[in-house]
Design a binder for this molecule. Structure first.
Ligand code: B12
Length: 442
């Protein structure tokens, strides 16, 4: 687990003198662009089908599409309109709208040259025609910080607190020193870990947020805060780099895109060509087919980052995406039927531990095997899921449900290693693989 590193201001000043920015060129080459276009098309297709079925738009996808160098203006315009309608509906009908979701909506709107504080809202009380999402985000962030002050944990998590600070800062709104300091303290005190695992994703979004705040500080009276931010950034970058693997991934496959953004905005030197090579290999074998995963990787493949979203051109682009998704290379994993050992265990109160052997068809049919388990032993393997931007999130197994306040959840492992994908995407690779669902704390 990465540890926080608090140091005095003098040490910070000394270290800054050796922390020189390095100009980096970390993006796919001309001939590799096809892989990026493929991922952009996956996102466009998923958004077009979700529009057709009336589902909620995904702000992270709009953000990625807007930052890309190839565009489908119709899809982007349509998504913006749907996001605006959805935001207003959520507020008016009191539907769930977590702070991080509000932040992502604001970021996506800004990247589309729409002012979140003037979100069109026909039919508002008092003759008002617009809703102020920026004010809503300020309120949501305050609720997060109040919860940290009273209970030592945010309402949601520090990934979302970082998104909140980033979005407010990108809208030019001065973020209170107290909010920034709460984030810095969390980064020093292990708040960015889930269970034993350091969350590179969280550290990376925190770097983007703190870099934005640092750049916005002009007044001399906030110089102490600026120094604290510089110190925190150094520690975070050190922690992120420590999570680099031999194949160039940072954290795991799905945190690498955000980590690359963090390293880019802080001009940190690292072997980015190695990282890009591995990402492209994994993209070529189908690891980014989930549109949410695609949305978090494509900006980095083109060396773009969320701090650039205010500089985007909003003219109508000539359509440069034709919507075709080239087929992937054939899978290298075993085809046909494989047997998987599946165990569900209560790793907190040790109230049960049940195993079953299941035969699954490799590939897209894996999901079917989940349903089959249900039929085999309904009581022991019964589960519920909630749909999220990443796909189905398992909320309960047997009668045991994860709980945000108690910080419990169902963790999935292969052997003793946590899966880096959810149950909707993960495909067992080996005959006799042990998949464990363990009720855990984070
Ligand atoms: C916080 C977090 C968690 C928390 C969520 C609860 C909470 N109160 O915050 C906990 C610790 C429970 C968690 C669990 C898991 N997570 Co998680 N999580 C995150 C993180 C850091 C931030 C999510 C967030 O708040 N987003 C912002 C809000 C606004 O978006 P949102 O869509 O509303 O967020 C919700 C969903 O993302 C959902 N969620 C969180 N993780 C996952 C994972 C999957 C597969 C699904 C379907 C949903 C889901 O919980 C969020 C809060 O309600 C992301 C990092 C990232 N890059 O996105 C990883 C991330 C999404 N998680 C990931 C994974 C793999 C998991 C697990 C499968 C790990 C495991 N081996 O068990 C489990 C899910 C198992 C299950 N029960 O189905 C991966 C997904 C990669 C992929 N290709 O699918 C990510 C990207 C981290 C990574 N780099 O590996 N996670």
């Amino acid at each position: 687990m990465a540890v926080g590193c608090v140091r005095g201001a003098l040490a910070v000043l000394l270290q800054l003198s050796v922390w020189l920015p390095v100009a980096l060129q970390c993006s796919v080459s001309e001939i590799q662009t096809g892989q990026v276009i493929r991922l952009l098309n996956i996102m466009v297709q998923s958004e077009n089908s979700s529009a057709a079925s009336g589902s909620t738009p995904n702000p992270s996808i709009l953000l990625a599409l807007r930052l890309a160098s190839h565009h489908d203006s119709d899809t982007e315009r349509g998504m913006l309109a749907r996001l605006q309608v959805d935001a207003v509906k959520r507020v008016q009908e009191g539907l769930p709208f977590s702070s991080g979701t509000v932040a992502l909506y604001c970021l996506a709107m800004q990247a589309s040259c729409a002012d979140p504080s003037l979100t069109p809202a026909p039919g508002l009380k008092g003759g008002k025609k617009a809703m102020d999402l920026r004010k809503l985000l300020e309120k949501k962030l305050k609720e997060e910080i109040d919860n940290i002050d009273s209970k030592n944990v945010p309402l949601t998590n520090y990934y979302q607190v970082s998104l909140d600070i980033l979005a407010l800062c990108m809208m030019g709104k001065p973020v209170t020193s107290h909010s920034v300091q709460s984030l810095i303290e969390a980064s020093d005190n292990g708040g960015f870990s889930y269970g034993e695992k350091y969350s590179v994703d969280t550290a990376s979004v925190a770097v983007l947020a703190l870099t934005c705040v640092k750049r916005s500080i002009k007044a001399p009276d906030r110089m102490v805060l600026r120094l604290k931010i510089l110190n925190a950034l150094k520690c975070l970058i050190k922690n992120i780099l420590q999570e680099t693997t031999s194949d160039g991934l940072i954290g795991n496959l799905y945190s690498t895109g955000l980590a690359m953004q963090a390293l880019s905005v802080t001009s940190t030197n690292y072997d980015c060509s190695r990282t890009i090579q591995t990402l492209l290999e994994r993209a070529g074998s189908g690891s980014f087919e989930n549109p949410m995963a695609a949305s978090q990787i494509t900006p980095s493949l083109e060396n773009r980052n969320y701090l650039e979203l205010n500089k985007l051109d909003c003219k109508d682009f000539e359509k440069t995406l034709d919507g075709s998704v080239l087929p992937l290379a054939p899978p290298t994993a075993p085809e046909g039927v494989i047997t998987v050992h599946y165990r569900v265990e209560d790793g907190i109160h040790y109230s049960f531990n049940d195993s079953i052997e299941v035969t699954v068809l490799w590939g897209p049919h894996y999901c079917r095997s989940w349903r089959r388990r249900n039929k085999i032993s309904p009581a022991k393997f019964r589960f519920t899921v909630e749909q999220s931007s990443w796909g189905p999130f398992v909320t309960s197994i047997q009668v045991l449900a994860g709980n945000t306040e108690e910080r419990t959840y169902w963790q999935f492992l292969t052997g003793s290693n946590a899966l880096d994908q959810g149950v909707g995407d993960y495909k067992p690779l080996r005959q006799g693989e042990y998949i464990v669902a363990k009720f855990s704390t984070y």
